[in-house]
Write a protein that binds this ligand. Structure first.
Ligand SMILES: [Zn+2]
Length: 401
């Protein structure tokens, strides 16, 4: 098993430079294509599940994080505040929740709007020591697939269950098998919000969700968020190290400190609960895991290049280029691999990680047809280009829950 840093170099997926800084990788075109496909999948899966997208800034005033509790409970992982003129201190955000809580309370909500599912794919920042940084798994600037569901106490279990369902469907589409599920609980010490009644309500709720889901899980003492317990979906990397990729968290704390409310059926004001959930969590860590799990042989919908077009000889280059254009217009990631890159056999071998290869010979060029080689060796066709495009379009799309 090659690790994702080596594969990232070999496949031209991402890189880093000491001048930008440790833990701040950049994405090369092939890696960016994988990331974009993943982000598109998440956006569509969330849209179908009734989430509403928002955008919020990656900075906030220090007071925002004092109110949320991050300043007191999470400061070891945060960057120092930036001093601006006139006593203002700005902080790179360590999470998206405070912004979303503020967006929620920016207007009044009726119980009829709940559950209100707010999602964002946004930046957050973690002050990691440079010694632990590496590749995409431990980074200082994180793109988080985050969402917060504001709901009533009665809706919590169903929302947590549905979030867990989204996670499991995404893992199936990505071809990832979780190492284990963990119910992350508080531990001793001052890391956690000191309100026993909140923990006594939230822990049994998540335990019930896990019990009803039928997945095997273990308790993880001292692994909770500072504001509440979590279901963590754990994966193991090529070196055998375990990390959390996805999570579902219950939070009674931030709704309280931000004074969140909704107007109930009785006309009175009530406090919603926040369910924090991340389907793939950090985009960086998810792609690192995908690279290692598939060793570069991504599922077709995630592959940087889905179809390589191989003209047999120079006479078929124009027909090949035309086929690439039609594929691109049909939404596929296609690339021309012309005869100047080697013999047909050499080009086929060089593209062995690409899900589909289309060989365009004199016969295909004349008849507007294409012969497909499926990764793994199966041969299809020749078939009309329109039929091939339809088949490729289906096979290069992910399955949504
Ligand atoms: Zn959150």
């Amino acid at each position: 098993m090659k690790d994702h840093r080596r594969l990232g170099r070999e496949l031209g997926l991402f890189g880093s430079d000491p001048l930008i800084g440790a833990g701040l990788p950049y994405w090369l075109p092939a890696g960016a294509a994988v990331r974009q496909a993943l982000e598109d999948y998440i956006a569509e899966a969330e849209r179908r599940a009734g989430y509403q997208r928002v955008y919020s800034p990656v900075l906030g005033k220090r007071e925002l994080y004092e109110l949320s509790g991050h300043w007191q409970h999470y400061s070891d992982d945060m960057y120092p505040a930036m001093e601006l003129s006139g006593d203002e201190q700005m902080v790179l955000r360590p999470s998206l929740c405070p912004h979303h809580a503020v967006i929620y309370r920016s207007r009044e909500h009726s119980y009829r709007e709940l559950p209100l599912r707010m999602s964002e794919l946004g930046g957050m920042y973690r002050s990691e020591l440079s010694g632990v940084l590496g590749g995409l798994t431990r980074v200082r600037a994180i793109q988080l697939n985050d969402a917060h569901v504001f709901c009533t106490l009665e809706q919590v279990a169903e929302e947590a269950r549905a979030a867990l369902g989204l996670i499991r469907a995404a893992y199936e589409a990505m071809g990832i098998v979780p190492a284990r599920y963990r119910l992350s609980l508080p531990g001793p010490g001052g890391k956690y919000v000191d309100k026993p009644e909140l923990w006594e309500r939230s822990v049994p709720l998540l335990r019930e969700v896990l019990d009803a889901s039928g997945v095997a899980y273990e308790d993880g003492p001292d692994e909770a968020a500072f504001y509440g317990p979590k279901i963590d979906v754990q994966v193991v990397d090529a070196a055998g190290r375990e990390s959390t990729l996805s999570t579902v968290q219950l939070d009674f704390h931030q709704p309280e400190v931000f004074g969140l409310e909704y107007v109930g059926a009785d006309g009175g004001r009530h406090r919603p609960v926040m369910v924090h959930r991340a389907i793939i969590g950090s985009v960086e860590r998810a792609v690192a895991h995908l690279i290692e799990a598939h060793q570069g042989r991504f599922p077709a919908w995630l592959a940087p290049v889905q179809l390589a077009v191989l003209p047999l000889g120079d006479e078929q280059v124009d027909a090949g280029a035309k086929l690439v254009r039609r594929c691109v217009e049909a939404g596929l990631r296609a690339e021309l691999v012309a005869p100047d890159r080697g013999t047909l056999g050499a080009r086929i071998r060089a593209g062995r990680l690409v899900p589909y290869q289309a060989v365009v010979g004199p016969r295909e060029a004349a008849a507007d047809e294409v012969s497909l080689r499926v990764r793994g060796g199966e041969q299809v066709g020749p078939l009309p280009v329109a039929a091939a495009l339809e088949r490729l379009g289906q096979e290069c799309s992910p399955a949504y829950p």
